[in-house]
Design a protein around this ligand. Structure first.
Ligand code: 13P
Length: 268
């Protein structure tokens, strides 16, 4: 089992990547990792996540109470948001919050990322909803995010930023990269006259690939199998007919080809 110090170093490395990619400014953003049901590591409040060392990292319990913090460091002001994700998603082992430029611009404009424009984004994310605005550090953000947690692994925070989570720190971080890349492509293609969207059947084939590979996490590909009124909408919700979406045998070569390409791109 990887030791705690190594995890702290990994948090610092991911902090650097987030900062160096311009996904946060100044002291923004926060990262946490679950050690077990009662212990979590998290970044401290009010420091640049690009210049942390393992000594900066705090430890909290499942309610966000401090278990260990070096002098001068307190857990992130957004710890309640992180803890809500762990509480409602037992499969999640890491949470990342950042303010990537394009994704945050969509969150500010109130435009969710729902247009299917590229296979990788459709497979990795499906679509990305916007959780209603909440005052940072209060229960308002956890409450707003809560209703999306069972259906998505990435959520935009209205007028604020983005939240991603996964079964490992690297996966949670990669989702943040994917959200930002998707938002950037969507923004740019809108400038070029508007994206040419993938068709419903192309999207359904990509969803089928995701199901076939048993990819972990929550995704509209799974949600659509049981779509019901009142669930968050996405570009395929309510249309998918579950197993009857499986492509006919004449499509199988095409699917195999797309699968290979997408899996290569996703590094799987
Ligand atoms: P912390 O430094 O307290 O984690 O807060 C940063 C932030 O981005 C709040 O949304």
């Amino acid at each position: 089992m990887i030791n705690e110090y190594e995890i702290k170093k990994e948090i610092c490395d991911i902090g650097k990547r987030i900062y160096n990619r311009g996904m946060v400014a100044s002291n923004d953003g926060n990262i946490s990792v679950k050690l077990n049901d009662h212990e979590f590591l998290c970044t401290p409040t009010g420091v640049s996540k690009g210049f942390m060392t393992p000594e900066y990292i705090c430890k909290v319990d499942e309610n966000g109470n401090v278990l260990q913090a070096n002098k001068g460091f307190k857990p992130s002001s957004e710890i309640k948001m992180h803890m809500r994700v762990y509480k409602e998603r037992p499969d999640v082992n890491s949470v990342v919050h950042a303010h990537p430029m394009y994704a945050t611009a969509f969150a500010i404009a109130g435009i969710p990322l729902t247009q299917p424009i590229m296979p990788e984004a459709v497979i990795a994310l499906g679509c990305v909803p916007i959780a209603e605005y909440g005052t940072p550090s209060t229960e308002e953000i956890p409450n707003a995010v809560s209703k999306y947690l069972q259906y998505f692994d990435a959520v935009l925070l209205e007028n604020h930023g983005a939240l991603t989570y996964g079964d490992s720190l690297l996966n949670a971080y990669h989702k943040m990269e994917s959200v930002e890349f998707y938002a950037q492509l969507l923004f740019l293609s809108k400038q070029l006259g508007g994206p040419k969207e993938l068709s419903k059947s192309q999207v359904e084939r990509l969803y089928e690939i995701r199901r076939k590979f048993g990819m972990k996490g929550k995704h509209p590909a799974d949600m659509c199998l049981n779509a019901k009124d009142g669930k968050p909408s996405c570009h395929s919700c309510g249309k998918c007919e579950g197993s009857s979406c499986a492509p006919s045998s004449s499509d199988s070569d095409l699917v195999a080809e797309i699968t290979k390409k997408v899996m290569r791109e996703l590094g799987l």
